[in-house]
Structure formats: C-alpha cells, structure tokens
Design a protein around this ligand. Structure first.
Ligand code: HEM
Ligand SMILES: *[C@@H]1O[C@H](CO)[C@@H](O)[C@H](O)[C@H]1NC(C)=O
Ligand SMILES: *[C@@H]1O[C@H](CO)[C@@H](O)[C@H](O)[C@H]1NC(C)=O
Ligand SMILES: *[C@@H]1O[C@H](CO)[C@@H](O)[C@H](O)[C@H]1NC(C)=O
Length: 322
C-alpha cells in the first residue's frame, strides 16, 4: 500500500506548491505543430538518431519505450528519468527499478543533434516521447503532441510509485487511474511487453517458493514454468540472468504477448492479472485475435500516457538541470 499513500501525498504537495508559488507549472498545453516555426526538422533529426541506434543495437526500442513509460509515471512526462544523480541527490535512474533502464545515450544523442539545428528550443521530455514513437517501428505510428517542459526534480525514492510485477489487477488499475488512465489503457500499454528483456529477479517469486502450498505459481503453464526455472533456478542466480519478455518474438511489435497471456506463458503476475476481470480479459482476447486492434488502441493510449503533465524548463542537456 505504501506507494499509493506516497503518490497521494505527492500529488497533494504538488497541488499546494503549484498554487502557492508557481501556477504556470501545471499545464503545458501540447500540440502537434508546437515546433513548426521554431524547429521544423525536430522529428526528422530524432528519427534519424533513433534509427541509427537501433541498427547498431536491437535492444534500443524496448529500452527507449520503457524509459518513456517510467518518465511519465513519475512527476509526469518531464524528462525526470533522464537526470543523473548529483551532489547529495539520488536520481530516479539510480532507484531500484533501474536494473533494466538503459540506452540513455540515444536520448542524449538525439538532444545533441537537435541542439545543433535549433538550440534551446526542444525539451528532453518531447525528444523522449518522439523517440518512443520511433522506437516501435514496425508497429503502430502516431503523431506525437509536443510542448512538454522538463522538470528539475528526480528522486530515486519516488521510483516506489512505479508498478511492481507482482501487482494484481486492482493495484494496476489504481495506479493507472491515478494518472488518468483507464483499464483499456492498461491492457493496451501492457502490450509494451511484446518487446524486451526481463531479469530473473522480476519474476523469481513465481517460480521458486511461490507460497507455502505451491512451489510454482499455478497461473503459469507448467511447461513454461519449467523453462523459466531452468533459466532462473534459484534466487541467487547471476545478476544478469533473465529472458525475453515475449519469448516468441521479442523484437517485433506484434500481438504475441496477448496470445501468450491466454496460454499462461507470461513472466509477470501483472501480465497474467489481465485475465482476472471479465473486461480486461475480453480486451486481451480481442488484441490476441486482432493485431490491428492492438496497434490502434496502443497508439491512442500512448498519446494519453505521453500527455501526463509536468516540468517547466528546456534543458541544455538531458542529464542535468540548467
Ligand atoms: C502495467 C504495469 C507494468 C509493470 C508491472 C511492468 C514491469 C516491468 C518489469 C518488471 C520489467 C523487467 C525489468 C527487468 O527485470 O529488467 C519490464 C520491462 C519492460 N517494460 Fe514494463 N511494466 C509495466 C508496464 C509497461 C508499460 C506501460 C510499458 C510501455 C508502454 C512497458 C514497457 C516495458 C519494456 C519495453 C520492457 C523491456 C525493457 C528492456 O528490455 O530494456 N511496461 N516491465
Ligand atoms: C542502479 O542503482 C544503483 C543504486 O541503487 C547504482 O549503484 C547502479 O549504478 C544503478 N545502475 C544503473 C545501470 O544505473
Ligand atoms: C490485490 O492486492 C491488494 C494488496 O495486497 C489486496 O488488498 C487486494 O485485495 C488484492 N485484490 C485482488 C483482486 O486480489
Ligand atoms: C498459494 O497460491 C495459490 C494460487 O494463487 C492459492 O490457491 C493458495 O491458496 C495459496 N496458498 C497460501 C497458503 O496462501
């Protein structure tokens, strides 16, 4: 429960701080043509950097998509996830869930390239939102509303507000609804797990000593559980061990994630939990049978998630506040 108490407290403190000293922080109205006059080439410049990075490293799309998700879920999409720890402050990226955050260099590289053509104009938060869209190439395309500002605060302690892979459906729903996101958004955005990699530590609890009566979580298909156990035999396995999030096609933005849920072959309780209410189950079935429906809903939900507000400056670089 602690994370929810934290976020409620944090939201209230934001409301109070904003209304007392800085009301302009609250709303950065986003628009599709935000940089039309000030930086018309921004989308092409970011797309090129992302494309080049992907051609050298196939793990970049998953990394960039997850960076954007983490950015938006803490303090809104304000680039807070990109800040490095400095002085006495431990930044978000050094909080416990940082185990899989990587490819920061892609966003930093895109920012440098953008600064070369239009210095001081484009926020790192916008660059990350654009890069996340470009990263799911081969999947859906959507126009990214722009005009986000960067925040000046990033705290490792606030990463407890992120969702845990052990969450059940009510915990997932609560966390999404606190950010204005629906159950449909939850099911669609969880489809991000069609890309990327997970460490054993993120699902170890389901396959070793699950509870006092079950060694393995009975909501996992037995043969799949056996294969996970062979990859992650014990809690003390090497730190980097793990497996693809979507074991059947971890680099293509397809709908196999939803097929895997129906077959009880997913890594996290939070994935499998999508079958535990009739409404979410129906949507999983729909996305499993129609990749087009998944792609359309994913794009709309990404736009919603990327609109979560925060921030109030344009950083010179993404790693430090001005
Ligand atoms: C619904 C609740 C969610 C939970 C509980 C969750 C949890 C996790 C966990 C535990 C990992 C693996 C970390 C590791 O062990 O390395 C992961 C990876 C990932 N997540 Fe999620 N996630 C959620 C939603 C999302 C959303 C909304 C997106 C994006 C739209 C997303 C995109 C990703 C991607 C792409 C990876 C792979 C990262 C990589 O390979 O670098 N997740 N997630
Ligand atoms: C993750 O955070 C820990 C501190 O909690 C830090 O020592 C480590 O360097 C960070 N890892 C990455 C990849 O940033
Ligand atoms: C989900 O977990 C929370 C916290 O452990 C618990 O209070 C709640 O009853 C659970 N909900 C469901 C549907 O299992
Ligand atoms: C262990 O988990 C299973 C499946 O969720 C459940 O049926 C069982 O009651 C749990 N056992 C205990 C002791 O909590």
């Amino acid at each position: 429960m602690a994370p929810f108490i934290n976020i409620v407290a944090m939201l209230w403190s934001l409301v109070i701080i904003n209304s007392v000293c800085s009301p302009r922080v609250i709303i950065n109205a986003l628009s599709l043509n935000h940089y039309e006059k000030t930086c018309p080439s921004v989308e092409d410049v970011v797309a090129k950097v992302v494309k080049d990075a992907i051609s050298k490293d196939r793990t970049v799309p998953a990394a960039v998509l997850r960076l954007h998700f983490h950015d938006c879920f803490i303090r809104g999409c304000d680039g807070s996830v990109l800040l490095e720890s400095r002085g006495g402050n431990n930044a978000e990226r050094d909080g416990p869930p940082n185990i899989s955050l990587h490819a920061f260099y892609v966003i930093e590289g895109a920012k440098k390239a953008v600064e070369d053509v239009c210095p001081g104009i484009v926020s790192c938060a916008d660059i990350l939102a654009l890069a996340a869209r470009d990263a799911v190439s081969g999947g859906p395309y959507w126009d990214v509303p722009k005009g986000r500002k960067n925040g000046r605060t990033s705290k490792a302690s606030e990463t407890t507000q992120l969702l845990a892979p052990t969450f059940n459906i009510s915990q997932l729903q609560k966390s999404f609804s606190q950010r204005g996101l629906s159950m449909d958004d939850l099911v669609a955005l969880s489809g991000g797990h069609t890309l990327g990699f997970s460490h054993c530590s993120s699902f170890q609890n389901r396959i070793n000593n699950f509870n006092s009566t079950h060694e393995v979580d009975p909501s996992i298909h037995p043969s799949f559980a056996a294969s996970l156990k062979s990859i992650c035999p014990s809690k003390n396995k090497a730190k980097n061990a793990g497996t693809s999030m979507d074991p059947f096609s971890s680099t293509s933005f397809d709908n196999t994630y939803y097929k895997s849920i129906l077959q009880k072959k997913t890594l996290f309780s939070s994935d499998q939990a999508l079958l535990t209410t009739p409404k979410t189950k129906k949507l999983v079935e729909k996305f499993a049978s129609s990749e087009k429906a998944f792609h359309t809903t994913f794009a709309n939900s990404m736009i919603k998630m990327s609109n979560i507000n925060g921030g109030h400056e344009i950083r010179k670089g993404c790693r430090f506040i001005n």
